[in-house]
Design a protein around this ligand. Structure first.
Ligand code: FES
Ligand code: FES
Length: 155
């Protein structure tokens, strides 16, 4: 199959890579670029463990083709630490012990980052909506939602 060279920014670094038209972005990130925070969960767009930021918006990388990243600014949890809200969220999640196995954590943190970058005074409803696509089978969501709310309030 004919390959395409794509160029994009990944966590602030320029990347240039040959991909096949059918290559999935999640597999390219994990398998070829060594980026392991986006996880392989359902592999069909339901669980949110593969969440990454593309041009500041969360996407499910299991549903995106690698060619769609051409020209984009991609950020995964590995590179999100320079973002103000990501740092604050991580501190709060740690303080509150919000996760158990942590499998959902990268996706939740990026979804919460996107929310707080757009709306620094979210309601509980806004928070629930923002993380609705990130399934967590351990926590029942309460400690996650509380941590996001407290981060927004600067508590
Ligand atoms: S692995 Fe992408 S949404 Fe589940
Ligand atoms: S902490 Fe285990 S899936 Fe969320």
């Amino acid at each position: 199959m004919k390959t395409h060279r794509i160029n994009f920014t990944l966590n602030g670094e320029k990347v240039s890579i040959e991909v096949e038209p059918s290559d999935v972005l999640l597999d390219t990130l994990r398998g070829r670029l060594g980026i392991k925070s986006p996880k392989v969960g359902c592999d069909r767009g339901d669980c949110g463990t593969c969440t990454v930021l593309m041009n500041g918006r969360t996407i499910r990388s299991c549903l995106a083709l690698a060619v769609e990243a051409d020209g984009a600014d991609l950020v995964t949890l590995e590179g999100a630490n320079t973002r103000k809200w990501t740092q604050k969220l991580q501190v709060k999640f740690h303080e509150k012990n919000s996760f158990q196995c942590g499998f959902c954590a990268p996706g939740v943190i990026l979804s919460a980052t996107e929310l707080l970058e757009k709306n620094s005074k979210p309601t509980i409803h806004d928070i629930k909506e923002a993380v609705a696509g990130n399934l967590c089978r351990c926590t029942g969501y309460e400690p996650i939602i509380e941590a996001i709310a407290e981060t927004a309030k600067g508590k």
